[in-house]
Design a protein around this ligand. Structure first.
Ligand code: DGY
Length: 323
């Protein structure tokens, strides 16, 4: 009797032509029509699976894999791992992969655009115009802050942070960064970026951009105390994870004029957005789309598919260390 093929669960509709490549090696359950499942539904899907292709919508830890005796690999379509309890999954012998690199430049583009939109009040101006409030051209309408000649402060200087720093050179910005560890001199030179401690970063920032990975250790790193150190003319942009920012403290600072503007692509309770932020005009809000160019989203799914095939011991890369 032919040996049963490994089973793979795909947790949400992804690009069908790319996901279809999994069928060469596996029995694929890609029938999920929703993008978010409860813990019990995830556990049930994983129970009969050897591998899974999941996204940041799927929180998976010890509870979800407790009954998944066959599960050997989870390929996350995303660079962040924060939906996965990696230590618990490793203890259960499950390999976890992600999709770094392929989204770096697209996310850096978006981070830069969001910072610019917040600083120059682009979406606020558009809303104001559409509301019919533009009655006459005036010198003092919607005055924003400049990017050129200002200080860009990058918190988290991984690949995406470095991409944003490189873009800043074209805008004549001074670049400061803070990171868990200081970068090698060569990279600092390439990025024209100077390492400073966290407090100096906050104090000197004209535009602070968050691009660090989320972990419980950095939960609400940008809280009321941190925001109080920033200039009232500064902006904050977050393309990392919502949990890095205390959103109520941010809303307080923005509404009291203690911070000029914010650009947020990620939220603590997404897809729910803090109503206080929704009510403010000086925040640009986008629905977690920093990596959402067609080419990049396809590249992410493609890499995750390759990762899963390799992690389950098939294809030309079988057995290669997971990304
Ligand atoms: C990631 O890759 O972690 C992004 O936030 C989702 O595209």
């Amino acid at each position: 009797m032919a040996e049963a093929r490994p089973r793979v669960w795909v947790s949400q509709p992804l690009f069908a032509d790319i996901v279809g490549r999994l069928r060469e090696h596996f029995d694929v359950d890609d029938t999920a029509q929703v993008t978010q499942h409860g813990s019990a539904a995830i556990a049930a899907a994983l129970a009969g699976s050897d591998g899974a292709l999941v996204t940041l919508n799927d929180p998976i830890g010890a509870a979800e894999v407790a009954g998944a005796g066959r599960l050997r690999a989870i390929a996350n379509v995303g660079v962040g791992y924060n939906n996965l309890d990696v230590p618990a999954l490793s203890r259960a012998g499950i390999v976890v992969t992600n999709t770094p690199d392929v989204l770096t430049e697209t996310t850096a583009d978006f981070g830069f655009a969001l910072m610019m939109a917040a600083a120059r009040r682009i979406t606020e101006g558009e809303r104001w115009l559409r509301e019919g409030q533009w009655r006459q051209w005036s010198f003092e309408t919607l005055l924003g802050g400049d990017l050129h000649g200002s200080t860009l402060a990058i918190l988290g200087m991984g690949r995406i942070g470095q991409g944003i720093a490189r873009r800043a050179a074209g805008f004549d910005m001074r670049v400061l960064y803070h990171n868990r560890s200081r970068l090698p001199e060569g990279i600092e030179r390439d990025c024209r970026a100077q390492y400073v401690d966290f407090d100096s970063l906050l104090v000197q920032a004209d535009h602070l951009v968050l691009v660090l990975p989320y972990s419980p250790q950095v939960h609400h790193l940008v809280n009321a105390a941190a925001l109080a150190k920033m200039k009232p003319t500064a902006t904050l942009t977050n393309v990392a994870r919502g949990g890095l920012v205390d959103e109520d403290a941010l809303a307080d600072a923005l509404s009291a004029g203690r911070l000029a503007a914010a650009g947020l692509d990620v939220f603590e309770g997404e897809p729910a957005v803090n109503p206080r932020l929704l009510a403010l005009r000086n925040v640009v809000l986008t629905p977690h789309i920093a990596s959402a160019s067609l080419a990049t989203r396809r590249a992410m799914v493609s890499l995750a598919v390759d990762n899963l095939i390799a992690a389950l011991g098939f294809g030309p890369d079988a057995g290669r260390p997971p990304t």
